[in-house]
Ligand binder design. Structure first.
Ligand code: CMC
Length: 389
């Protein structure tokens, strides 16, 4: 009957000892397995970074080749998944479809569910990394009412995904190399972020010895929310609304500061970063380059930059240490690639997959592992009696 600490939102409670990702929110530092995000963004690829997160070290050239080949080889999903997809309404949000499909992987791939069998964990790891892009692309095709496209193993991860989303079975599809490179970078930047809402969810569900598919599908549902992964979609909606209604960024900022109708400057603020999010710096640069090359909607980028400039010089934001986060610029890049808003969070989920897997695996191997079971502060009625009892 020791004292219970009341800590809503787990502001001061560590749920894990972890060796995966380091963040110093005051200094704006992010490192995966010790490597600064800026160096990985410049030198590495999404697949190599996935290996680093999951296995703890950068791969040798041979290890990378083998890992990449394994991922390319497992991209096909069971044909019966099509029946499953056909059951969803046409206007289903692709995040809901993705979460359901990953949950259903426990039924299609029931031979790799034991969290304590390293071989099965490895098979589930490859199944998730390889098949989730295929399922995500199916979710997109389903929302468009277009025929599903099978994966092609000679293409790399990003190229394959873009082709499965934007290609047609009846014609050849040429992947735009600028899109593929930008997508690879954005996936890498999203690959892990220590104990955020979805990752903590993956760990909590996993702590009951639930299998990797079940745990990760719960993480996808956590990511779905607008305060987490859904923020990139919300940012673009906000920018488009400002553009279409002709509101000046200045007037919009006043509305945010008055907290009118709970309006927030989406893509700003972070539980941990009280400084510029280093990922936002990198996505801002990519947005600039991609929109330049693709002739995307520069007006939205202009609005975003004006909002950022105003915010960085405004006492409301300075006092609260609110800076752009990773989501502030990503939506514009995804839109320039041709993705509709509904798909933005799905792209975040693809990127976060290695992080969820690495953290789930770390938790399974943790000698301090315990089922997650928070306490509460009871504020309800004292004992009272049912009429006549
Ligand atoms: N616009 C305006 N005011 C804000 C914002 C914002 N974006 N974010 C925080 N504030 C204010 C908030 O109103 C509060 O003010 P006061 O002290 O007067 O009550 C203060 O700043 C502290 O905010 P909080 O909500 O207590 O902070 P939190 O750590 O609980 O929330 C957050 C963090 C990310 C949920 C929040 O900053 C937010 O809602 N941002 C907008 C949504 C967003 O961009 N989310 C993406 C996060 S990064 C990617 C990811 O993790 O998925």
């Amino acid at each position: 009957t020791g004292k219970v600490a009341y800590d809503p939102g787990f502001m001061n409670t560590a749920n894990a000892k972890s060796a995966v990702t380091y963040i110093d929110g005051d200094a704006g530092i992010l490192r995966y397995r010790g490597y600064p995000i800026e160096e990985l963004a410049e030198k590495s690829s999404f697949i190599e970074t996935a290996y680093l997160l999951i296995y703890g070290e950068l791969p040798t050239a041979d290890q990378l080749e083998e890992f990449d080949q394994m991922i390319r080889r497992h991209t096909m999903v069971h044909e019966d998944f099509k029946t499953f997809f056909n059951g969803f309404p046409r206007d289903a949000h692709p995040m809901a479809v993705l979460a359901s499909s990953v949950s259903a992987m426990s039924t299609f791939y029931s031979d790799s569910l034991d969290p304590f069998d390293p071989r099965q964990v490895e098979i589930s790891t490859f199944r998730l990394l390889s098949k989730v892009p295929t399922l995500a692309a199916y979710a997109y095709k389903k929302s468009k009412g277009e025929p599903l496209i099978y994966p092609r193993n000679e293409l790399n991860y990003s190229e394959n995904f873009l082709r499965m989303c934007f290609g047609f079975p009846t014609e050849e599809y040429e992947v735009n190399p600028v899109h593929a490179k930008a997508l690879d970078l954005l996936l890498l930047l999203h690959a892990d972020h220590e104990q955020n809402c979805s990752t903590s969810t993956v760990r909590l569900v996993g702590s009951s010895n639930a299998n990797m598919f079940a745990s990760v599908s719960a993480g996808i549902n956590a990511l779905y929310g607008p305060l987490h992964g859904g923020a990139n979609e919300a940012v673009l909606k906000m920018l488009t609304q400002i553009q279409q209604e002709g509101i000046s960024p200045e007037d919009f900022m006043e509305k945010v500061k008055r907290k009118e109708d709970g309006v927030r400057l989406m893509g700003f603020g972070h539980r941990v970063y009280k400084n510029y999010d280093p990922r936002a710096r990198l996505t801002k640069k990519t947005a600039d380059e991609v929109l330049e090359t693709l002739g995307g909607n520069n007006e939205l980028l202009d609005i975003a930059m004006r909002l950022e400039e105003k915010a960085l010089n405004d006492d409301y934001f300075i006092e609260r240490k609110l800076y752009p986060n990773v989501d502030f610029y990503t939506g514009m890049i995804y839109k320039a690639m041709g993705f509709p808003e509904k798909m933005f969070t799905v792209l975040f989920a693809l990127g976060r997959m290695p992080g969820w897997i690495a953290q789930w695996t770390e938790s399974v191997q943790d000698p301090d592992r315990k089922i997650g079971r928070p306490r509460q502060v009871y504020i309800g009625e004292n004992e009272r009696h049912y009429p006549g009892a």
